[in-house]
Ligand binder design. Structure first.
Ligand SMILES: CCCCCCCCCCCCCC(=O)CC(=O)SCCNC(=O)CCNC(=O)[C@H](O)C(C)(C)COP(=O)(O)OP(=O)(O)OC[C@H]1O[C@@H](n2cnc3c(N)ncnc32)[C@H](O)[C@@H]1OP(=O)(O)O
Ligand SMILES: NC(=O)C1=CN([C@@H]2O[C@H](COP(=O)(O)OP(=O)(O)OC[C@H]3O[C@@H](n4cnc5c(N)ncnc54)[C@H](O)[C@@H]3O)[C@@H](O)[C@H]2O)C=CC1
Length: 255
């Protein structure tokens, strides 16, 4: 599938890697919906990107929000051709800690946003993609999800986050198998350590230390590098039903 003249919904696009994908879509002649809960950043970013971008306040955990965002996207740009799920919440909490045990509410919240939110958006968008005309490859749309290296080697304190991301990798193949008959591909990217606002809480020295964990290149990844892989996934019809690690050969230690 091409990006040009196509309409992409990107969740979490008010920031970080979702934002890089939104910029990539517009720079390649596409149109993008910035679907995020951060109204201030989302609106400003859409304004910066111009008429080919629209911000729609969207909580990915809300079925109503997801449905409305897809409807509003089609009403505004006339169609929808794909989805890039980047919205997520990171948390760091041990199962047994000095105070008590891992908050069940925190665990549920992380799974709700990261995994259930991904599925919620996937199913709502797929239900529209199936109505598209096929292209020369028989395709009607592409869905890209975001996991993490934490899906495979979660650190101490990442029970909730890693479980949510492993759920996304587990979702990828059955979703691709089911949606194949509709000409819809489903892929997942599992990033390593990338320089986004997720790490702004950390001092530069900590970010450098994190970057040094990556064998090569020995630095934090750039959101534009995530967006470059998303572009290749969209354009390469043989990429389907798989999770691709994008991590510079990083394998995270226990802590
Ligand atoms: C790499 C760090 C990134 C910064 C995290 C910022 C949030 C990021 C959110 C997620 C972003 C994800 C991005 C992504 O997808 C890629 C990655 O996954 S990057 C890797 C991210 N890594 C993490 O998020 C790690 C999360 N874990 C932690 O940060 C810590 O484990 C945690 C804060 C949960 C706990 O830290 P800890 O130092 O162990 O604090 P404690 O207070 O629990 O323990 C301190 C010390 O006290 C002793 N102790 C603890 N419990 C007890 C007890 N019950 N009895 C007696 N003594 C106890 C113990 O000695 C502890 O020290 P140890 O080091 O465990 O010996
Ligand atoms: N930064 C990193 O090192 C890594 C990030 N990832 C994943 O990459 C994706 C993007 O992360 P970053 O760009 O780093 O984070 P970020 O924090 O820069 O962006 C996340 C965006 O998601 C939005 N969001 C949060 N909850 C939402 C909800 N309920 N509904 C809609 N939007 C919501 C936030 O407002 C924010 O704009 C996430 O899925 C994250 O788990 C994976 C591995 C590493």
């Amino acid at each position: 599938m091409q990006l040009k003249d196509k309409v992409w919904i990107v969740t979490g696009a008010a920031s970080g890697m979702g934002g890089a994908c939104a910029r990539m879509v517009v720079n390649n002649g596409g149109k993008v919906i910035i679907a995020d809960i951060n109204v201030r950043k989302g609106r400003q970013f859409a304004e910066d990107l111009g008429e080919n971008a629209l911000f729609l306040k969207t909580d990915v955990t809300s079925e109503d929000d997801a449905h409305q965002t897809v409807e509003d996207s089609i009403n505004h740009f006339g169609r929808v051709d794909g989805l890039i799920n980047c919205a997520a919440l990171g948390v760091a909490e041990k199962i047994l800690n000095k105070k008590s045990t891992h908050s069940l509410e925190h665990f549920s919240r992380v799974v709700q946003i990261n995994l259930v939110g991904t599925f919620n958006m996937l199913k709502q968008v797929a239900d529209k993609l199936k109505r598209n005309d096929v292209n020369a490859d028989g395709e009607r749309g592409v869905i890209i999800n975001t996991a993490s290296v934490a899906a495979f080697e979660g650190q101490i304190g990442q029970a909730a986050y890693s479980a949510s991301k492993a759920g996304i990798t587990g979702l990828t193949l059955p979703a691709a198998r089911e949606l194949a008959r509709h000409g819809i591909r489903v892929m997942t990217i599992a990033p390593g350590l990338f320089e986004t606002p997720l790490y702004e809480v950390l001092p530069e020295s900590a970010k450098d230390t994190l970057g040094e964990m990556t064998p090569f290149p020995q630095r934090l990844g750039r959101p534009s590098e995530y967006a470059a892989l998303a572009k290749q996934i969209v354009e390469n019809p043989m990429l389907n039903g798989e999770t691709i690690r994008l991590d510079g050969a990083l394998r995270m230690p226990p802590k």
